[in-house]
Design a protein around this ligand. Structure first.
Ligand code: SAH
Length: 520
């Protein structure tokens, strides 16, 4: 998609979208939120909005951090309002991305007011609030027919000891039901003391859920009487939601999120941003916290014209061999620009290395005639030889620039006439819009995944300090060899050399199963 800002005329009025980012889990963003981010010219985001969502933005989108974090310079509310208005006045589509739901605490209403006062159009995209999703991911439904018939959301931002507190704790105490508190974990002591003083029973179940719905989620349970002291004892810090009510007891049987196989594991994914999601989503589904740290990016080949000419002549070959999904995509993108009829491929047969490559071919509605059992280049040459002589057979090999030479060499040695079509090149990813590198340095990780030799080389080229105890998972022997040559120790090597195989081996590794051994 071309930049909309460039095509839009200067005097066209901008618009501000107040978008709820949801509580943290990427999957809990709404479709509308994703659409808005994809189309945004400017994104102003908060501390609690998952920065991975910024990966959905266009490459030229201006991204501004407006979060408030202790010890960091941050924009004041008036400055944020002025920023939103100012950017919209430049004719831009501005997304104001806020954690959870924009209208539940967090000052979304004030921002909306400022935008309207400035005469600027706005839209609200509600989000899933941490007040409901947080407890849910801890196995606590905020209502249960047998337990309560109302829920209260209140802010713990204010100190109840203060005279001017706007919260009527006496009313809260009398009301009962489920009470969900946002903000103010630090004031939990004085808040619970106040509630006890007002006659709420001491053994009322209570829970705190921090970094809810993310890979960092932690839950602490107790009673109204002891939860504050437990929080202090375990160093339980914000951001957290607190739940008071009998529904908390349901967690005992309903806790699901914290029991998944990779819960509590932080795993780094180094593939290109575009390709990362297949791996990331599978790891997340098993409970891992994923840091997407793309080290490479796919770019058109140096000589696009030469590639296009080879694509144009593809029908004169006996075989077209694809070695990666990227190659398939690059090939058909050009092919369908040149031709409007799939039959222009003529009688060329198609070979694909690896199931993901074969799947991409099938996505374009072409049959895969040859798919080696093993997903490495050597196997293709062997597979071809099995088919009999390939003397004088014409083969077009669609691949990345700077790929290994094994395949063309072996095919040529067997008598085939091989032309190489360089479909794309992988270049180091230079941007780090989600702050993943900083996050890795600060928080460390349990495991880093490498899905190709170039991810290994480019990750190491970044020169980041190696987090203590971070183990290494590789997709297959070639990637492992590259890593070993660079001095890394391989802790996990996928049994099947594809994404599913890698995920499965990681799952078993952490379950302490048979693969828990270096596969040297
Ligand atoms: N509009 C947001 C709330 C903003 S106020 C929403 O609907 O969720 C900020 C407070 O929200 C935090 O102090 C914390 O209490 C809560 N919060 C937001 N995201 C959270 C998360 N992932 N885990 C726990 N608490 C969260």
């Amino acid at each position: 998609m071309e930049s909309k800002s460039k095509s839009r005329s200067k005097d066209e009025k901008g618009k501000v979208y107040l978008v709820g980012a949801g509580p943290g889990d990427l999957g809990l963003a709404t479709l509308r939120a994703k659409e808005c981010i994809e189309a945004a010219d400017v994104i102003v985001y908060d501390h609690l909005a998952n920065p991975e969502m910024l990966g959905w933005a266009r490459a030229d989108t201006e991204i501004i951090y407006a979060g408030k974090e202790p010890g960091k310079q941050s924009l004041g509310q008036a400055e944020i309002n002025a920023l939103l208005v100012g950017k919209a006045r430049e004719g831009k589509e501005v997304v104001r991305l806020k954690g959870g739901d924009p209208f539940l605490f967090g000052r979304g209403a004030e921002e909306a007011q400022a935008i309207v006062d400035a005469g600027i159009e706005f839209e609200v995209v509600p989000g899933i609030t941490s007040a409901i999703a947080g407890p849910a991911y801890a196995g606590i439904p905020v209502t249960h027919r047998a337990e309560n018939s109302h829920v209260t959301f209140f802010t713990g931002h204010e100190d109840p000891a203060k005279e001017e507190s706007a919260i009527d704790y006496a009313a809260l105490a009398k009301l009962g039901g489920t009470q969900v508190m946002l903000m103010g974990v630090e004031r939990l002591g004085s808040i619970t003391r106040e509630m006890l003083k007002l006659g709420v029973r001491a053994d009322l179940p209570a829970a705190l859920v921090r970094w809810a719905t993310t890979g960092r989620q932690e839950t602490l349970t107790g009673t109204l009487e002891d939860i504050a002291q437990r929080a202090v004892a375990s160093g339980f810090e914000a951001p957290a939601v607190a739940v008071f009510g009998d529904v908390v007891a349901l967690r005992e049987s309903l806790n699901w999120y914290e029991k998944r196989p990779l819960s509590g594991k932080r795993i780094v994914v180094t593939r290109t941003r575009k390709q990362a999601s297949a791996l990331s989503n599978k790891l997340r589904a098993l409970g891992a916290q994923v840091i997407e740290l793309p080290t490479i990016r796919i770019e058109p080949p140096t000589d696009l014209r030469e590639f296009a000419e080879l694509v144009q002549d593809a029908h004169i070959y006996d075989w077209i061999v694809f070695t990666s999904a990227n190659g398939v995509e690059a090939f058909f993108e050009i092919f369908f620009k040149l031709y409007d009829d799939a039959r222009e491929l003529g009688c060329a047969r198609i070979a694909a290395i690896g199931p993901a490559t074969a799947q991409r071919v099938k996505d374009f509605h072409f049959h895969v005639d040859l798919q080696p059992d093993e997903f490495i280049a050597e196997a293709v040459a062997k597979e071809f030889r099995k088919q009999g002589s390939i003397e004088n057979v014409r083969i077009l090999l669609v691949r990345a620039e700077k790929a290994r030479d094994v395949l063309p060499r072996e095919l040529s040695a067997a008598g085939a006439i091989v032309d190489e079509a360089f479909a794309y090149r992988t270049v180091p990813e230079t941007r780090d819009i989600t702050g993943a590198r900083n996050q890795l340095a600060k928080e460390g990780a349990d495991l880093i995944t490498f899905t190709s030799s170039s991810t290994v080389e480019n990750f190491l080229a970044l020169g980041l300090p190696w987090p203590k105890g971070m183990q290494v998972a590789s997709i297959g022997p070639i990637t492992s060899k590259t890593a070993r040559d660079q001095g890394l120790k391989i802790d996990i090597e996928a049994r099947r050399h594809d994404i599913d195989g890698l995920v499965e081996t990681i799952r078993r590794f952490f379950a302490g199963n048979s693969t828990r051994r270096p596969m040297d």
